[in-house]
Design a protein around this ligand. Structure first.
Ligand code: AQP
Length: 344
């Protein structure tokens, strides 16, 4: 199988209210990866259109997510930071992949089922097609690594299936055009660390999610210190003290979640956190967790606020990133057209 230069791609939807799950599961890891490989970080505004949305809010949240990327420490000069709709090649490749992906594959996607709810017939075709566009986002850059939260695992598997089927179906043409035995890499999900699925603070069985109607269920990156402390104080727990070993967290989803959050924020393992807090009551642990969360999020919040007062700078980052992204995507898209026999 052909080898590909390592390249990271990931995206975040501008659907408002980025939360601790988005930070620990994705953005914090984007920051760590930028030292290891070339990275593209995208505000996936086309994905945000798959559910009902307000145009004015979409523009605002696109800038807000960009500001969050920068405030968390993503360097827009060393990496490519841009919004998806500016690079038409994403949508162009998505059509090609629509003709490669099979209906049966998409019918298995659990996120569609969750987000469409009971009235599936009324869901947009975009929501159904979301994972195909996501495959195009990644593969239009022939990216090899994709840092995501655990909820995106199934979509990544679909992206790999699409890449594999394209490589198989058009293998003769791929070889004839000088690309060896594969045009697309099979992108690897990077789902690592103690907080790949941060759960709701109100229900340890539900993912922390910005669309949760209870604001107490998530910590937003823009929450102030008092709000963070209050939400953590109110977080659901059980009556037992914390265990001293990780095994003791089994069957205790809320305790497991809070320990995972602490570990991810402190860059420690859960085992280490429990070495320190094993036997402690939740009141003491929650107080330490609130202090740590405030310490880590306060500089991000203040930088986001500073950047929100400077939309011209944020827009200049997006414009520059889009130019650089397009320059990478276009040759790949042209090669795909040649492979497929699309005259250009
Ligand atoms: N709870 C989570 N724990 C860990 N990672 C998470 N991610 C999302 N929620 C968690 C990761 O954040 C990245 C960006 O997510 P997205 O833009 O796809 O948004 P989402 O997954 O739709 O986020 P929400 O909050 O769950 O939104 P709603 O409420 O609209 O469904 C991804 O890498 C994702 O894995």
């Amino acid at each position: 199988m052909a080898t590909f230069p390592e390249r990271v791609f990931s995206g975040v939807q501008p659907t408002g209210n980025l939360h601790l799950g988005n930070y620990l599961g994705a953005i914090k890891r984007f920051v760590a990866l930028q030292a290891t490989r070339p990275c593209l970080y995208c505000v996936v505004d086309l994905h945000a259109m798959t559910l009902p949305f307000e145009p004015a809010q979409l523009a605002r949240t696109t800038r807000e997510v960009t500001a969050a990327f920068l405030a968390c420490g993503i360097d827009p000069k060393a990496n490519v930071v841009f919004n998806q709709s500016r690079v038409a090649e994403h949508a162009e490749l998505a059509w090609v992949f629509d003709c490669v992906a099979r209906l049966g594959w998409l019918n298995r996607m659990t996120q569609f089922k969750e987000k469409a709810g009971k009235d599936r017939e009324a869901a947009s075709i975009g929501l159904y097609n979301y994972p195909v566009l996501m495959a195009a986002d990644i593969l239009v850059y022939r990216a090899t690594h994709v840092p995501v939260g655990d909820d995106q695992k199934q979509h990544l598997e679909l992206a790999r299936d699409i890449a594999q089927k394209f490589n198989n179906d058009f293998s003769a043409s791929i070889a004839a055009h000088g690309h060896g035995d594969a045009f697309f890499p099979l992108p690897e999900p990077l789902i690592q660390g103690p907080a790949t699925r941060v759960m709701s603070l109100r229900d340890g069985a539900k993912k922390m999610s910005k669309s949760d109607p209870s604001e107490n269920s998530y910590i937003a990156l823009t929450d102030d210190a008092d709000t963070i402390a209050q939400k953590i104080r109110k977080a659901k727990t059980d009556p037992e003290p914390l265990p001293s070993e990780v095994e003791g967290l089994a069957q205790r989803p809320e305790a497991d979640n809070l320990v995972g959050i602490f570990a991810a924020l402190a860059d420690e393992t859960k085992a280490n956190v429990l070495k320190r807090f094993g036997g402690a009551q939740f009141s003491a642990f929650k107080s330490a967790l609130a202090d740590l969360t405030i310490e880590k999020l306060a500089p991000i919040r203040s930088e986001m606020l500073r950047l929100s007062a400077d939309p011209d700078f944020v827009d200049s980052v997006l414009a520059d990133g889009a130019d650089r992204a397009r320059a990478m995507a276009r040759p790949n898209m042209d090669a795909v057209k040649d492979i497929l026999g699309l005259v250009r």
